[in-house]
Design a protein around this ligand. Structure first.
Ligand code: ZN
Length: 136
């Protein structure tokens, strides 16, 4: 797959309430899962080739809980799908791009991801992601 907006990450207090809103528009949650190391519950809503990712904190010390405390519900990050994540990270690091963390992680649905710091991405928290290469 090539470059595309993979998803928009939206921080919400309640997945249940938030998903009900989108369901009124005829959209359906594809899957819901907890990502333990990020301390969030995630609901993915397909929108064409892209998705809306609803994020509800599972703990008061999760990044999303802190975001909600500081700024309230709202757009948390934009995720860009790239064809080759490690190549993209290498290229960006060579040009001095700041990342939230240096390692590539595994997220909801098994995709690989890394976050670019907003100071390097025009004030937007930017997730770069790639589908998990299928284990053969
Ligand atoms: Zn995301």
């Amino acid at each position: 797959m090539t470059h595309l907006i993979d998803h928009l990450g939206i921080a919400v207090k309640s997945l249940k309430q938030a998903r009900r809103f989108y369901e009124q528009l005829g959209l359906l949650v594809a899957d819901e899962e907890t990502v333990e190391h990020e301390k969030v519950k995630v609901a993915m809503i397909p929108v064409g080739e892209s998705r809306i990712e609803l994020l509800e904190p599972t703990s008061s010390d999760s990044v999303i809980a802190k975001f909600l405390q500081k700024r309230g519900e709202g757009l948390h990050h934009v995720a860009l799908h790239v064809p080759d994540l490690s190549h993209a990270v290498e290229t960006l690091k060579a040009s001095g791009t700041r990342f939230i963390s240096d390692e590539i992680k595994i997220g909801a649905g098994g995709h690989l991801y890394v976050f670019v710091h907003p100071s390097s991405a025009g004030g937007v928290l930017l997730e770069l992601c790639q589908d998990q290469p299928s284990a053969v």
